[in-house]
Design a binder for this molecule. Structure first.
Ligand code: TEU
Ligand code: CA
Length: 568
C-alpha cells in the first residue's frame, strides 16, 4: 500500500445516511437499502466519496438499529445481504465507498448471546455481559428491595442497571435497558467482534464509524464520585483497557484492509482524543468529539442556552490546533439541525445554511455531511409527545415527570433537543410525503417536516443558487485546492461573532471569513490588509471581488485565495 492509498480518506467528504429516513423503495413507510441504491447518482453528483451507513443490522429497533440482535445479517425491513452487496458494488462504480456503523459497546437484549446469558449464572455466555448481585438494602433485606450494584447512571437518564428476575441479578446498560453492555474483560467477546469485522470487510466495506467506542472497557465497577449525570464515568471513559483493545483491532484486523475508522468518542478532551487517534499509537484514524456541540447548553443538552458564536468557534480552533486531523461535523442523527441551531432557519435560511457549509467544508479534516444538511433541512417543530419516537426522549420525558417538572417545561425540553429533529424523512420533492416513498402511500414512520414543499432536493437541483448547489460547488473547490484539502490551519483575530482562518500548503493560501450572526460586522483594519489583492473563490452573497469587502453581511461567508505578495 502506498502512503497515499492508506490515507485516501483524508481527501474524501463523507455523507451520513440514517437508513430508516432516507428513501423508502417499497412503500412501507420505512427507508431501505434499495432506496439508498436508487439515490446513488444523486450522491455522486453531490460530490461525496464515502457513505457512512447508520446501522442496518437485525434489530428489534428499541434505539433504531443501535440495538443489534444479529451482526451478520440485515434487518428485514431494510432489505437483505444481497441488497447490501449490491449497494457496495453500485457505490463502487460511482467511486463511493461504504463504511458501516460498529455498535459493540452493547448488543440488543434480544441478541442470542444475551438470551443465553440471562438464563443462568453458569451459562457459557454469562460472562459476555456484566452481571452483578444487587447491594443489600439494610432497611429491608428481601430481594425485591435490593439496590443496584453501584450508583452509575445511563446516558439516557436513570440507573445504568436492570434487575433480572431469572437469576436475581442486575446487568449493566449504559444506554437503554434493551442495550446490555458487553464485557470486554472477557477475551471471548473481542474474539467474536474480530470475526464480525472481517465478515464485513471481506464483503467490501471500507471501514467503520465506531459507536461510543471509548467507553467499551470498564476498569472497575466501583461507585462513581460525581453526584450529577453520568455517575461512574471515571471507571469507563477512555481507559487503558480500551486503548489496548483498539490497538489489537488495528494490528490484527484493520491493518490488513484498505479501510479507516472514525470513533464516536464521548466525554473526551483534546489530549484523550490525541491518544485515541494519533497515527503513532495505531488505534483509530480520527474521532468525533462533542465539545463544540456542548457550547449551547448548561450541563446537558436538555437545558439549551442561546447560541454564542464565539464560544463555539473558540472550541473549533482548539480542536483544529490540538489534533492533526479532525472528523468535522455540525449535524448527525443525534443532534438537532444545524441551520436551526447555529444559523437561522427563517429570514436567513439560505445564506446561513451556505455559511455553515463553507465552515464545515473548509476546516482541516474529513467533513461529515448528514442527510438533508445539504438542502438545509430544519428542525421539525413537533407539536406534542405523541409525535416523538426516540427512545432517549421518552426516557428523559419520563424522568422529568417523576421529578415533577411541569408538563410545559417537560415538553419544551424535548421540543428543543429531541434527536427526532434530525430523523424526519429526507425531503426529495414537493409531492406526497416529500417523495420519501418511491411507491405507495404508507404513512412514513416519523412525521414529515411540514416545510418539504419549499425545502427539497428537486427544487434545489434546478436552482444554481440553492444550498444544494452551494455544497456541490464547495466540494469541487475543496478537491481542487490542496490547501483546503490538506493545508495547515491558522485562526486569525476576528471581530465578535465572526470566524476567520487561513489554510496554507506550499505556496497556496486560502482565507475563509464567516459571519455567524444576523448583523453586519465591520472587518478590522488588519483583516482588510490581509484580504487586499485576494481573489474570491466562493461567496454566499454573489461577491465577485474583494474591492468593497470591508464588512461582512449577516451570515456572509467568503473564501478567497491570497495572491502572492500579500502581507502575511
Ligand atoms: O450515541 C452516543 C451518545 O453519546 C448519544 O446517546 C448521546 O448521549 C445523545 O444522543 C446525545 O445527547 C451513540 C449513537 O450515535 C446513538 O444514536 C445511540 O443511541 C447510542 O450511541 C447508543 O448506541
Ligand atoms: Ca421500505
Amino acid at each position: 500500500m502506498t502512503k497515499n492509498e492508506s490515507t485516501w480518506w483524508k481527501e474524501k467528504a463523507v455523507y451520513q445516511i440514517y437508513p430508516r429516513s432516507f428513501c423508502d423503495s417499497n412503500g412501507d413507510g420505512i427507508g431501505d437499502i434499495p432506496g439508498i441504491i436508487s439515490k446513488l447518482d444523486y450522491l455522486q453528483d453531490l460530490g461525496i466519496g464515502v457513505i457512512w451507513l447508520s446501522p442496518v443490522y437485525c434489530s428489534p429497533n428499541d434505539d433504531n438499529g443501535y440495538d443489534i440482535s444479529n451482526y451478520c445479517d440485515i434487518q428485514k425491513e431494510f432489505g437483505s445481504l444481497k441488497d447490501m452487496k449490491k449497494l457496495i458494488s453500485e457505490a463502487k462504480k460511482r467511486d463511493i465507498r461504504i463504511i458501516m456503523d460498529l455498535v459493540i459497546n452493547h448488543t440488543s437484549d434480544e441478541h442470542p448471546w444475551f438470551i443465553e446469558s440471562r438464563k443462568s449464572t453458569d451459562n457459557p455466555y454469562r460472562d459476555y455481559y456484566i452481571w452483578r448481585k444487587g447491594k443489600k438494602n439494610l432497611k429491608n433485606s428481601s430481594k425485591v428491595h435490593q439496590k443496584p450494584p453501584n450508583n452509575w447512571s445511563s446516558f439516557f437518564s436513570g440507573p445504568a442497571w436492570e434487575y433480572d428476575g431469572t437469576t436475581g441479578e442486575y446487568y449493566l446498560h449504559l444506554f437503554s435497558r434493551k442495550q446490555p453492555d458487553l464485557n470486554y474483560q472477557n477475551p471471548k467477546v473481542l474474539a467474536e467482534i474480530k470475526e464480525i469485522l472481517k465478515f464485513w470487510l471481506d464483503m467490501g466495506i471500507s471501514g467503520f464509524r465506531c459507536d461510543v467506542i471509548n467507553v467499551i472497557y470498564k476498569t472497575s465497577l466501583e461507585d462513581g464520585k460525581r453526584r450529577l449525570a453520568l455517575t461512574g464515568r471515571e471507571h469507563y471513559v477512555s481507559q487503558e483497557g480500551c486503548h489496548k483493545i483498539l490497538q489489537e483491532l488495528k494490528r490484527s484486523v484493520f491493518s490488513g484492509y484498505n479501510c479507516f475508522t472514525v470513533g464516536e468518542t464521548v466525554l473526551v478532551d483534546t489530549s484523550m482524543a490525541n491518544d485515541l487517534c494519533s497515527s503513532e499509537r495505531g488505534e483509530l484514524d480520527m474521532v468525533f468529539s462533542f465539545e463544540h456541540m456542548d457550547t449551547d447548553h448548561i450541563n446537558n443538552k436538555w437545558f439549551k442556552t442561546k447560541f454564542k458564536p464565539d464560544k463555539f468557534t473558540k472550541v473549533l480552533t482548539k480542536w483544529q490546533s490540538c489534533l492533526d486531523w479532525n472528523a468535522n461535523y455540525l449535524e448527525n442523527h443525534d443532534q438537532i439541525r444545524s441551520v436551526s441551531r447555529f444559523g437561522n432557519d427563517s429570514k436567513y435560511h439560505l445564506v446561513s445554511a451556505k455559511m455553515l457549509a463553507t465552515l464545515l467544508l473548509t476546516l482541516r479534516g474529513t467533513p461529515f455531511i448528514y442527510q438533508g444538511e445539504e438542502i438545509g433541512m430544519t428542525n421539525a417543530y413537533f407539536s406534542d409527545m405523541s409525535e416523538i419516537k426516540d427512545v432517549e426522549s421518552h426516557y428523559v420525558h419520563n424522568l422529568a415527570k417523576k421529578l415533577h417538572f411541569p408538563s410545559s417545561i417537560r415538553w419544551k425540553m424535548i421540543q428543543k433537543s429531541t434527536r427526532d429533529h434530525a430523523r424526519t424523512p429526507m425531503q426529495w420533492n414537493s409531492q406526497e410525503n416529500a417523495g420519501f416513498s418511491l411507491k405507495g402511500k404508507a404513512e412514513p414512520w416519523l412525521r414529515i417536516n411540514s416545510n418539504f414543499r419549499t425545502i427539497n432536493v428537486e427544487r434545489q437541483t434546478a436552482d444554481e443558487n440553492s444550498i444544494l448547489s452551494c455544497y456541490k460547488k464547495l466540494l469541487v473547490l475543496r478537491n481542487s485546492k490542496k490547501s483546503l484539502l490538506n493545508g495547515s490551519f491558522f485562526a486569525l483575530p476576528a471581530p465578535k461573532n465572526t470566524y476567520c482562518f487561513e489554510r496554507e500548503l506550499d505556496n497556496e493560501r486560502c482565507l475563509v471569513l464567516c459571519n455567524l450572526s444576523d448583523s453586519q460586522v465591520k472587518l478590522t483594519k488588519l483583516l482588510q490588509t490581509h484580504i487586499k489583492n485576494g481573489s474570491i473563490l466562493y461567496s454566499n452573497y454573489y461577491r465577485t471581488t474583494v474591492k468593497d469587502l470591508s464588512c461582512l453581511d449577516p451570515y456572509e461567508a467568503v473564501i478567497l485565495e491570497s495572491n502572492k505578495g500579500d502581507a502575511k
